[in-house]
Design a protein. Sequence first.
Length: 281
Amino acid sequence: MGLTAAELVRGTVELVSLPEALVRLNALVEDPRSTTEQIARVIETDSALTARLLRIVNSPFYGFPSRVESVRQAVSLVGMREIRDLALATVVARVFEGIPPELMDMERFWRHSLLTGLVARELARHRRDGAAESRFVAGLLHDVGKLLLARQLPELARHALARATYERIPLPEAEREALGFDHAEVGGALLEAWRLPEPLVVAARWHHAPELAPDLWREDALVTHVANVMAHRDEPPPAPPQPLLAEDPWGRLGLDEAAADEMLARAAEGLEAARALLFGS
């Protein structure tokens, strides 16, 4: 084709831009001088976002013992970065509204993405790594490059998916042959263009090959990789071949596969409730 993933993103990023409130929120969160009050005021400029966030923090997803009445209270209890991550999780599906069903089964796509996020959250909690919400959002966004491909290069993306499904080859391989790059590279480039934190960018870019991720964020890619592979085990047919696990992910994460299977079961149990919370009106 001659087109690179970065060029594809540069040519389309305005078509899939984040809401202004989230752009401002992200900038504040990355500024160490920002205050809880500033964060809350930006969120409150978007009434729909405010309502969704308060609904989430007052749900069993968090399980606070008393009702959270204000955005400022929510930011104080949950944390600035965690609130930003949750805000991102609630708006990303709306950024890609309108993709025709013949190009992408959106129900199936968000089911897998959400389950990957929930498994990643379980992994983080089991390991006590203090990054449960960041892991959740990384899992939720790991395949976002597929949506951009479906929107901008629909025929080539559909051809790659069909070939992967019926010839039983890995989807990234089929995409690289058809496009010159894969959905992971596109997803990483898009999250970078959105100026999201580097761990989210790296997790999307390298979720199929965590061993190639930069050392500083390799664990982020590895957790998303494992969560993605686990979530694919719960995938209804027809589906492309399940991605293979990287070498010894259990030892590198201090886990065992039996424990991961239990985490997948817990994540699947919470899938419908989480979907209603994040994607409900």
